[in-house]
Design a protein. Sequence first.
Length: 92
Amino acid sequence: MKKISIRHIATVALSILCMIAVLVTVNGCTVSQKVAMKSGAQLWAENCQRCHNTPSPNTFSHDQWETIGMHMQTRALLNEEEKRKIVEFLKQ
């Protein structure tokens, strides 16, 4: 039986990590392009209404929407661009 060296294992592991990094980077760019093509209203409907009934944009002040946006960015796993577009839509 052939012995596998730690160096060989480390090389394979590093190769796998590099491939994952490339895939994540490419996927992140694709998501950003998809987000760039959508309006705040579309993102609001897709992301906010999937979990709960959303309040009217007039329900909260601009400052309150900023705070809600930061909170929901974490809860709904929104990226910065999605959060920005949604909050800007709600502040109109």
